[in-house]
Write a protein that binds this ligand. Structure first.
Ligand code: CP
Length: 362
């Protein structure tokens, strides 16, 4: 069974294949209107969402399939203590494919380990959001035409912003990508992303304090919201919440072909006067999310029918129950699952949690 838990679950060729399929869907909507007739998508959303859930729903409807699911875990047996593993086994009896959003990091991974149908991670805590990444890639493809040799500035909450982590991992598969990290000290990109993703894949990156100093050189400015819900300390949130704001005045310094992306929702990090600038691509990005999710559903169901079974949910060298995860939001600290750790990919000899990529607790 193939699942999408992380963007790295797709090879570069597979990523390109999903993007190309989405482009074909855009050009030939009628051709796909019954492609999922008789199939059911289960949307299991333990955390709020507008775009991801509704675009998954719209995607399955446009493919001629049906949708079931929940938007409030409190109305399900999760409120009685049912685990992600058990819920997944139950839903596998009712549906053909699952899209899961969860506040526990690694929840989709645990779901995939217990599913008999494909599982799509629709966002797990601040860890990963691979379908937003596919949305971002399709948007870059349609707006700029290619992924190779782009200079992309990530601005805002690079610490908790799962969409940033996922997009950098995906862009690591392309040539000549350069990353500029624009964030206050409190919201800098986690070390594992810098050392095990950027440096391991030879992606040049630099950290700067303001968007103004890099605006003229960017091909893409990827704005993010400061994720209030991930902060454990409200004072810390108050200190950084207004750190970066893109205005029409600041955008004047950008190249005419630069594009502004944002996974949305926005709070105050992009002023509304930016919306009418042709370089503001974030609402076009939303619609791309539906097309790329249509492509992903089709591809995963095709792999399931073909019995494609090459995915390793237990990476090489995984050790079981020898460490405890340092991340209190990791599913291994919230539910009764095996604690799984794999060697870090930079050869440093340290271990990383298989579910959320954090280090072991001391
Ligand atoms: N971009 C995104 O994930 O939006 P939602 O939280 O509304 O799904």
């Amino acid at each position: 069974m193939r699942h999408i838990i992380d963007p790295t679950d797709l090879s570069r060729e597979e990523l390109d294949g999903v993007i190309d399929l989405a482009l074909d869907i855009i050009d030939n909507r009628e051709k796909y209107s019954e492609a999922c007739k008789g199939k059911k998508l289960a949307t299991l959303f333990y955390e709020p969402s507008t775009r991801t859930r509704l675009s998954f729903t719209a995607a399955m409807m446009e493919l001629g399939g049906n949708v079931l699911g929940f938007t409030d875990a409190q109305s399900t047996s999760a409120s009685k203590g049912e685990t992600v593993a058990d819920t997944t086994k139950v839903i596998s009896c009712f549906a053909d494919i699952i899209a899961m959003r969860h506040f526990e990091e690694g929840a989709a991974h645990v779901s995939a380990m217990n599913a008999t149908i494909p599982v799509i991670n629709a966002g797990d805590g601040s860890h990963s959001h691979p379908t937003q990444t596919l949305t971002d890639l399709l948007t870059i493809k349609r707006e700029i035409g290619h992924f190779d040799n782009i200079k992309i500035g990530f601005c805002g909450d690079l610490r908790f912003g799962r969409t940033v982590h996922s997009l950098i991992k995906a862009l690591a598969r392309y040539e000549g990508v350069e990353v500029i990290l624009i964030a206050p000290d409190e919201l800098r990109l986690p070390d594992y992303m810098k050392y095990e993703v950027c440096e391991k894949n030879n992606i040049p990156y630099r950290e700067v304090k303001t968007m103004e100093e890099v605006m003229p050189e960017l091909d893409v400015l990827y704005m993010t919201r400061v994720q209030k819900e991930r902060f454990l300390d409200e004072d810390e949130f108050d200190r950084v919440k207004d750190a970066f704001q893109l205005t029409a005045e600041k955008l004047k310094a950008a190249k005419p072909e630069c594009r502004v992306l944002h996974p949305l929702p926005r709070v105050n990090e992009i002023t509304v006067d930016v919306d009418s600038d042709p370089r503001a691509a974030y609402f076009r990005q939303v619609e791309n999310g539906k097309f790329v999710r249509m492509a992903l559903i089709l591809q995963l169901l095709k792999w399931a029918e073909e019995g494609e079974n090459s995915q390793k949910l237990l990476p090489e060298g995984t050790v079981v129950n020898q460490h405890r995860c340092s991340n209190r939001r990791c599913i291994s600290n919230m539910e009764n699952v095996d604690r799984l750790f794999r060697p870090a990919t930079d050869g440093s000899g340290i271990y990383r949690c298989v579910y959320c990529e954090s280090k072991p607790a001391k």
